[in-house]
Design a protein around this ligand. Structure first.
Ligand code: PEP
Length: 254
């Protein structure tokens, strides 16, 4: 964390939540943000597509940003089941997650596709939260930096800058497992990613671009992770489904 980059606490609800619990969660998070007036961090919630409208209503005026979990590369057309970045923007979203490891695995998304999705997000006026991260086998094989370097090279499109792009480093083996890398390991990868970003977007933009850590971030470990020099917040899955835990992670960044 550095004073020049504003901390972002982003919640990825994944395929969780029906109307009543989703609205209750969003209302609680929005209420906390509103009563904190002038919080020193930004907050983003990314509900499933089915809840975007209701969550948008629930957090209206609170300062919490609304986001999607994925978008198509096209603006519109014959793509059954898909949602475009423009549609998300139309629903009041300010951001969209692209390239989450679960989409890379479940839907065989490649770096090239992720970059195209990020470009579509930029064109729609959304912040692209681009996810990268190594698997456990890649880490064990000593390939962590190589994998993350090549994902930065392949998934961050031309036109990316510190205003329209956030990177989320999420070691795949840490997602939902309760395991995390050591603080030194996290800082090493984040600093490396920032260096690779500089090759793509220039040193100034790379220095200003937020790089979030994701993977079993919780109230109990958030403070030490977010305090690391190149960690600018978190992308949070499980703990974002509990308003008190999610808020506590935000407060841990103060
Ligand atoms: C995620 O899926 O982006 C994530 C970080 O999940 P969790 O916080 O549950 O590990």
């Amino acid at each position: 964390m550095t004073a020049t980059r504003r901390t972002l606490i982003a919640g990825n609800w994944k395929m969780n939540g029906k109307s009543a619990d989703g609205v209750a969660l969003a209302t609680s998070v929005g209420g906390k943000m509103k009563s904190a007036a002038g919080a020193s961090f930004d907050m983003l919630v990314c509900p499933p597509f089915t809840l975007i409208s209701k969550v948008g209503e629930a957090i209206k005026g609170s300062g919490v940003m609304l986001g999607g979990q994925d978008c198509h590369t096209n603006v519109s057309g014959a793509h059954t089941g898909d949602i475009s970045a423009e549609m998300l923007k139309d629903m009041g979203c300010g951001a969209v997650i692209v390239g989450h490891s679960e989409r890379r695995t479940d839907h065989k998304e490649t770096d090239e596709l992720v970059a195209a999705k990020a470009s579509a997000a930029h064109a729609a006026g959304l912040i692209a939260v681009i996810c990268i991260g190594e698997t456990e086998a890649e880490r064990d094989a000593g390939k962590t930096l190589d994998v993350n370097g090549s994902q930065v090279a392949g998934s961050v499109p031309a036109g990316s800058n510190a205003k329209n792009t956030v990177i989320a480093y999420e070691p795949v083996w840490a997602i939902g497992t309760g395991r995390t890398p050591t603080n030194d390991e996290v800082q090493e990868v984040h600093a490396f990613i920032r260096g690779e970003l500089a090759k793509k977007v220039g040193a100034n933009e790379a220095a200003a671009m937020r790089i979030l850590y994701g993977g079993s971030m919780k109230p109990g470990n958030a403070k030490e992770l977010i305090a690391l020099a190149d960690v600018d917040g978190g992308l949070i899955g499980g703990a974002s489904l509990n308003a008190d835990d999610f808020w506590a992670i935000g407060e841990a960044s103060n």
